[in-house]
Design a protein around this ligand. Structure first.
Ligand code: SAM
Length: 162
């Protein structure tokens, strides 16, 4: 497969997963955490498909398209090892969806981040909340949920908080 087709398939799968995750929480009245603003693509999509949800975004830096940067009240700027615990304390039981897209090229770091996110998140999650992630994250108290049709296994990961 050409690299172009490969990128297209990866982004289509990501979009399908975000659409499915939004649908999975449609009956839950909670906020959304977007972990990894990057260039703002997935943040922009989440706010398009969930215009009535409050979305809080995390990144250590702002490198997004200017139109895809949240206002200061919805931005946790800094290392998630510091900002995520603060957010969890603030949003206890109020989070309906977490989208985590913080994968780097460093597998060891990815594993450390995934472990940290998994161990830190639970107090913030409401019953039924979805954790959708690019990396496998073991979140205590959650069970795996199937991915949308056509998305290859291990391309994305869905967990639902019980
Ligand atoms: N979701 C984004 C998009 O669609 O444009 C792409 C996110 S990009 C793959 C990963 C982002 O995670 C980068 O912007 C990086 O700065 C951020 N990141 C990685 N490790 C981080 C950490 N420890 N704390 C805060 N942000 C981190």
């Amino acid at each position: 497969m050409s690299r172009l087709n490969s990128v297209i398939r990866r982004l289509q799968a990501q979009r399908d997963c975000l659409n499915a995750a939004a649908d999975m929480i449609k009956d839950y009245d909670g906020i959304v955490l977007e972990v990894g603003l990057g260039n703002g693509r997935t943040f922009d999509h989440l706010r398009e498909i969930m215009p009535d949800r409050e979305i809080f975004v995390f990144d250590r830096q702002i490198a997004a398209h200017p139109k895809c940067i949240p206002d200061d009240d919805h931005l946790f700027l800094g290392d998630i090892f510091e900002t995520l615990p603060m957010a969890v304390e603030r949003f206890k039981g109020k989070v309906a969806l977490v989208h985590s897209d913080v994968g780097t090229g460093d597998e060891a770091l990815n594993a450390r981040i995934a472990t940290f996110i998994g161990q830190t998140l639970p107090p913030a999650l409401m019953k039924g909340a979805i954790v959708a992630s690019d990396q496998k994250i073991d979140v205590p108290g959650t069970i795996a949920e199937p991915l949308p049709e056509g998305v290859p296994q291990d391309r994305y990961f869905f967990r639902r908080y019980q």
